[in-house]
Design a protein around this ligand. Structure first.
Ligand code: UDX
Length: 437
């Protein structure tokens, strides 16, 4: 099939590349000339494990091309994906200016029937607005479909190529047929393409992300309570996760969720609720608790150094909001770096992928180490913010020798308590007892 993808951000580039991989001819459109230039030269503009191989293959075979011209991009397309940003506006609701801007242009440029697919996370009712914006100028027939994307950063290719389900919101049979054909290679294992009305599809995406954010937040609160009550959240997690009604995934407590989706989507759903005069109390709590969770380690660090961080050097392992990505949006590490600096501490950081992004964000306010061990050399303490695999089984002797104090503040529960006890580390983690306090 001939597919156009408008917007080559994270979702756009992954979708475009994966649709090319399944044999379609894909043209990606972006109004940023530098981005398009770079993509045309074969240089990927995001970091995502495994995507580079697919990207190289499909660009070389000519199935995946790039342009800045919307007109050229959509000329032959049967399906036009909109994968544009929906940043939170000042009031927290999703800002639709990019999507509606392109919809307006589409109306003016479309020369034949196409299915316009909302891939971006958009509030309930957006499809209707997109339809109206296109219809204002359109001279041809078209359908608008809501098709939310559930991929996770870091495992995006796998999530896209083998989705648990595909949600498609449209009541047009013509559009349903086209979407069914497009997704057929991705659901061969029998996973469903679920058709529904547009509003439900739009709501599904927010409900899924908000539910997962709530699940994590619930565990963070259980962890905080475990600390007070002398229970171990790891045991509790295993104890409840084996109940198939609860499920094992997304039960890992930590220093709060981050990223480009959960914080934004929880806030946006709250905003939708407010618009419909519904007081969505759980969502409000989720946001509040998560903000608080990000601040959790700071008082412990301060207490350890008797309230004085001036002159201390704190090493941080992990800056990305989660492993296998260079994304630092809403990352708990950002909050902690700022707080440490405000308290007068020097900060040395290391992350396997996110160093460039953090440099852009905070410049020379911190020191950048070339390796995880260089970061801790001569530091007064180590804080862990992201569970990168390479931090999971480090050389503890090396850590003990490099740090001035054998103390670790672990926001991701990477280490076994008895191991840390035996090795003589003072070890703070989440929802478990403090070791060698
Ligand atoms: C999320 C959704 O999972 C995905 O379906 C949607 O399309 C986009 O938003 P993503 O933001 O890439 O994906 O990351 P995800 O793996 O879901 O993690 C989100 C945050 O939750 C991270 O900060 C992560 O550290 C945190 N998390 C996740 C936990 O704290 N505990 C867990 O058990 C799981």
């Amino acid at each position: 099939m001939k597919v156009a993808v408008v917007g080559t951000g994270y979702v756009g580039l992954v979708s475009g590349t994966c649709f090319a991989e399944t044999g379609n001819t894909v043209i990606c459109v972006d109004n940023n000339p530098q981005k398009v230039e770079s993509l045309k030269k074969g240089k990927m503009t995001i970091y995502e494990p495994g995507l580079d191989v697919l990207f190289d293959r499909n660009t070389k075979e000519g199935r995946l091309t790039f342009t800045t011209s919307l007109e050229e991009g959509i000329k032959d397309a049967e399906v036009i994906f909109l994968a544009l940003p929906t940043p939170p506006g000042e009031d927290g609701s999703a800002d639709l200016k990019y999507i509606l801007g392109v919809a307006d242009d589409l109306g003016k440029t479309m020369k034949k029937y196409a299915v316009i697919v909302d891939k971006s996370t958009v509030p309930v009712g957006t499809s209707e607005k997109v339809r109206a914006a296109i219809a204002a100028n359109a001279t041809v027939e078209f359908d608008v479909v809501s098709n939310p994307e559930f991929l996770r950063e870091g495992v995006a290719v796998d999530d896209f190529m083998k989705p648990d389900r595909v949600v498609v919101g449209t009541e047009s049979e013509r559009a349903q047929e086209i979407m069914k054909r497009l997704y057929a290679p991705l659901v061969r294992q029998g996973n469903p393409v679920i058709f529904m009305d547009e509003r439900s599809a739009e709501m599904t995406k927010y409900a899924a992300n908000s539910f997962l954010a709530m699940k994590i937040t619930f565990m963070n609160e259980i962890a905080n309570l475990c600390e007070r009550a002398g229970a171990d959240v790891d045991n509790v997690r295993k104890g409840i996760g084996t109940d198939s009604r609860i499920g094992k995934r997304f039960l890992f407590p930590g220093i709060g969720y981050g990223g480009s989706c959960f914080p934004k989507d929880v806030q946006a759903l709250g905003k939708t609720a407010a618009e419909y005069n519904y007081d969505f109390k759980i969502l409000k709590s989720v946001m509040k608790v998560n903000d608080k969770q990000k601040t959790k380690m700071m008082p412990l660090v301060k207490d350890y150094f008797d309230g004085e961080l001036k002159g201390k050097t704190i090493a941080i392992w992990g800056l990305a909001f989660k492993p296998h990505t260079d994304d630092i949006r809403e990352a708990p590490a950002l909050y902690n770096i700022k707080s440490l600096r405000r308290a007068g501490a020097k900060v040395v950081v290391f992350d396997p992928e996110a160093m460039d992004n953090i440099k852009k964000e905070i410049g020379r306010k911190v020191k950048y180490a070339k390796s995880m061990y260089e970061a801790i050399e001569g530091a007064d303490a180590l804080m862990i913010m992201t569970e990168w695999p390479e931090f999971r089984s480090p050389d503890f002797e090396k850590i003990g020798a490099a740090l001035k104090n054998k103390v670790i503040f672990d926001g991701r529960n990477l280490y076994d308590l008895s191991n840390m006890e035996n090795k003589g580390f003072t070890y703070y983690s989440i929802g478990r007892k403090v070791v060698n306090a």
